[in-house]
Design a protein around this ligand. Structure first.
Ligand SMILES: [Zn+2]
Length: 217
């Protein structure tokens, strides 16, 4: 359900079984089985049409946002209080997100001072399920020479996160793409620095930006 939420985007488009399977790294048959199960809940969590895909129902969306809030709060808690690095928190949060009570969630949120974002810059849904909309663009698709601010980075690949640490790239940072194309490395300048970094296409596809400097997240 979290994957449907993510892949459906702000338009809440129908998500195909194949794209879910690819995103989750599981077989298409497993996805179909799970979608059927979610659609058979009373009330149903998804509306599923065999050849077209799935969409969350209102109940499903509320549930998915709740789990997403758990996930992102846990990541921030593990990172800020238990000294996990940002490439370690995702897997741990993936396991814990299903088990924490609403009470523990509230305590964690209060201890953290109700943060807006997780360590990767992703917005944490509010307790009501509300989540701010922002039109992020992948760095790999951002125009050269136009100032941007890194808004979030993908948390799915720990090695990519370690590479970003090595390069000094993190959310909130002002950057400009000097040159580069979809298939070649980008040359990226951080803030006012005169030197530039080489960012591989794979890495750039895991970095999201907003127009800067006024687009600061
Ligand atoms: Zn995560």
């Amino acid at each position: 359900m979290k994957a449907i939420l993510e892949l459906g985007g702000s338009e809440e488009e129908q998500v195909t079984g194949n794209s879910l399977a690819r995103h989750l790294g599981v077989r298409a048959a497993s996805v179909t089985g799970m979608l059927q199960k979610l659609a058979a809940q009373k009330p149903p969590f998804v509306k599923y049409e065999k050849h077209r895909g799935a969409r969350l129902t209102m109940v499903g969306k509320i549930r998915a946002l709740e789990v997403l809030r758990h996930h992102r709060l846990l990541e921030r808690f593990l990172h800020d209080f238990l000294d996990y690095s940002w490439d370690e928190v995702h897997d741990e949060a993936e396991r814990l997100e299903h088990f924490i009570s609403e009470r523990l969630e509230d305590r964690i949120a209060a201890k953290l001072g109700d943060p807006d974002t997780d360590p990767h810059g992703h917005l944490i849904p509010e307790r009501s399920g509300a989540i701010r909309a922002r039109e992020e663009v992948l760095l790999s698709k951002w125009a050269c020479g136009v100032p941007a601010v890194i808004s979030s980075v993908s948390d799915r690949d720990p090695a990519a996160l370690r590479e970003m640490t090595r390069l000094g790239l993190k959310p909130g940072m002002a950057i400009t793409v000097e040159t580069g194309s979809r298939n070649a490395s980008l040359r990226v300048r951080i803030g006012d620095r005169t030197d530039s970094l080489r960012v591989s296409p794979t890495l750039a596809s895991g970095i999201s930006v907003l127009a800067g400097p006024d687009g600061r997240p």
